[in-house]
Design a binder for this molecule. Structure first.
Ligand code: FES
Ligand code: FES
Length: 198
């Protein structure tokens, strides 16, 4: 029996109820933006949105999405989050990026004026192994400020803008957008923050 659901706004069907959603997305409809990392539900590379919530496609069966709405990175119609990632230097190899962006979208749809801690929590299930998290958090803040400018013109935003981020050599990071906190000074943290760790 065919199982139907919506994928990026189009109705799709599969006769294999036990097939993983990730296999369907990558191998049946050939949307390669959803990445396969660990395949066991740990890394977040395969994150998609199901009815607006981030879920790991490697752990979801086709039978679990019957009648639901699935969105992959290809289905995002507004590219402001992607642009914020690119402008913030939050993409290095890009393997984690689709999952990060979809987790960020789910967060930003529900919370317009978020703290760094809220961003950190929301993205904690998405692993990045090369860019590091400082630029990714900056990207989400930048996206939030562009998506919801009215809500970011408040004391919270002013508090964020008061804090400067400092390079390892003590010079100020030149940026049109400031973010709360400073990169870790230890070598490993700095390399992750600056995206230089290979
Ligand atoms: S590939 Fe699905 S969580 Fe890692
Ligand atoms: S950009 Fe390479 S894993 Fe995140």
């Amino acid at each position: 029996m065919n199982i139907g659901f919506t994928l990026n706004g189009r109705e799709v069907f599969s006769s294999d109820a036990s097939l993983s959603l990730l296999r369907f997305i990558r191998d049946v409809v050939h949307l390669k933006g959803t990445k396969e990392g660990c395949s066991i539900g740990h890394c977040g590379a395969c994150t998609v949105l199901i009815d607006g919530y981030p879920r790991r496609a490697c752990k979801i069966k086709i039978s679990d999405v019957r009648g639901k709405e699935v969105t992959t990175i290809e289905g995002l119609t507004d590219d402001r989050i992607q642009n914020a990632f690119l402008e913030s230097g939050a993409v290095q190899c890009g393997f984690c990026t689709p999952g990060m962006i979809l987790s960020a979208k789910a967060l930003l749809d529900r919370n317009h004026c978020l703290s760094r801690e809220e961003i950190r929590r929301a993205l904690s299930a998405n692993y990045c192994r090369c860019t590091g998290y400082t630029k990714i958090i900056k990207a989400v803040e930048l996206a939030a400020s562009r998506l919801y400018p009215a809500e970011w013109k408040n004391e919270k935003r002013e508090a964020l803008e008061d804090v400067e981020i400092i390079n390892q050599d003590g010079s100020k990071v030149e940026s049109s957008f400031h973010y709360l906190g400073k990169p870790e000074k230890d070598a490993d943290g700095w390399k992750k923050d600056s995206g230089t760790l290979l």
